[in-house]
Design a protein around this ligand. Structure first.
Ligand code: GYE
Length: 394
């Protein structure tokens, strides 16, 4: 635009100068026109300089802002401890049925935190298998980088795992197992069958020490069809069958305190005076069973008529061992999330993680209930419940 004005003015000056050839007044007009053109040219040059300065200043400011944004992004990345982008993880958790589950959820949320470079989509499936399949499909739609599943039940998985596979999303199974598909990268969890066998072998050794000849057991099972229920029931039953014990009944308490209480209330009525062992497949069921036995006047725990066996050995469970209520508690470690994170990091760096990764467990009791026993020929070590042990538990 400036250039156009300038050339119009110069043309006007030229025309004026040409006319000036015709007389003095015209000469004056031509001089004036030339001066005007010079002044206009100066103004245009100054304006051009000003615009350039302003543009330079704006460019500098923009560059400064860009540098600041870049620095901030680098700082966030550094804080995340990684060099790459945030990793999106979907976790379809079983529910919130027990102390064990609370510890498992907290561990996963701590590990897959923003500070550690993760964006965690967490779904509490409230012990509903259909909701859990839906949650996994939701993660596929979301396009997460990894899917973690703690399967409520061990079957019914192949279709949805195929969908994950087709979408190119690696699945990691945590805690309970999937038994009808192998379309997952790794499983990280405890050996439930061994837990069940340990409870059985301990009972055999303890009954011998106490001079108890006959075992009449009642089992309060976990969620039907969950691998934790299947493994613990099968492991204990294997020893019971071998030793010729009587299992009077087994019903599910769904891994909840309420469920454990309800089942035990009905057992106390149906089997009054006929049982000397109660096996609860988790601590919360044991708490419910304790309430039911208290109400029915049944005495349990070391030195009493009924031996109470439990699994999980979370803080609350170990407190009941210490209080002389639970006779022995067989741990299931809920802190598998850090190992799952290791699997994800291996995948991130192009490695191949192990298909099965076992989380080790311990068995707990008070000194008088600690006995020597083996599982599948392997000598077991029991841990005495003390304040420090309880303090260190979850
Ligand atoms: O024993 C129980 C929880 O799957 C091992 O689920 C887990 C079990 C645990 O509800 O307390």
């Amino acid at each position: 635009m400036k250039r156009k004005i300038l050339s119009v003015l110069l043309t006007a000056a030229f025309v004026a100068a040409t006319i000036a050839g015709c007389g003095g007044a015209a000469q004056q007009a031509a001089d004036t026109a030339a001066q005007t053109a010079d002044a206009a040219a100066d103004t245009a040059a100054a304006a051009e300089e000003k615009v350039e300065e302003t543009a330079d200043a704006a460019a500098d400011a923009a560059a400064d802002t860009a540098a600041t944004v870049e620095e901030a992004a680098e700082e966030v990345q550094e804080a995340a401890g990684g060099s790459g982008d945030v990793i999106n993880v979907g976790f379809a958790q079983v529910g919130h049925e027990s102390d064990w589950r609370t510890a498992s959820t907290k561990s996963a949320q701590d590990v897959f935190s923003e500070a550690n470079g993760y964006n965690l989509s967490f779904v509490d499936c409230d012990n509903d298998s259909a909701a859990q399949l839906e949650a996994v499909r939701g993660f596929i739609e979301q396009g997460v980088d990894y899917i973690i599943i703690d399967p409520i039940v061990s079957t019914g998985w192949d279709t949805v795992l195929t969908e994950c596979d087709d979408a190119g999303i690696p699945v990691i199974v945590i805690d309970r197992t999937i038994d009808d598909s192998d379309k997952y990268v790794s499983w990280v969890g405890s050996d439930f069958l061994t837990e069940g066998k340990a409870a059985g072998e301990w009972l055999k050794a303890y009954a011998e020490k106490q001079g108890i000849k006959e075992i009449n057991a009642l089992i309060i099972q976990g969620t039907t069809g969950s691998s934790a229920q299947i493994g613990r029931t099968d492991g204990f039953s294997e020893i019971a069958d071998r030793e010729g014990w009587t299992i009077l009944d087994k019903q599910t308490g769904d891994f909840t305190e309420e469920g454990g209480q309800q089942v035990m209330e009905s057992y106390c009525k149906s089997y009054a005076g006929k049982f000397n062992v109660v096996v609860c497949e988790n601590d919360n069921e044991a708490f419910g069973a304790m309430t039911a036995m208290d109400n029915a006047g049944v005495k349990y725990g070391p030195g009493n008529d009924v031996i109470l066996i439990s699994y999980d050995a979370c803080t609350a469970g170990l407190k009941e061992v210490q209080a002389g209520k639970i006779t022995a508690d067989f741990e299931c470690n809920p802190l598998a999330a850090p190992t799952v994170e290791g699997v994800i990091q291996t995948l991130q760096s192009g490695g191949t993680p192990e298909k099965q990764i076992l989380v080790p467990d311990n068995w707990y009791a008070l000194p008088d209930q600690i006995v020597d026993f083996s599982v599948d020929g392997n000598a077991q070590k029991m841990i005495e419940v003390t304040d420090e042990v309880i303090e260190a538990q979850y």
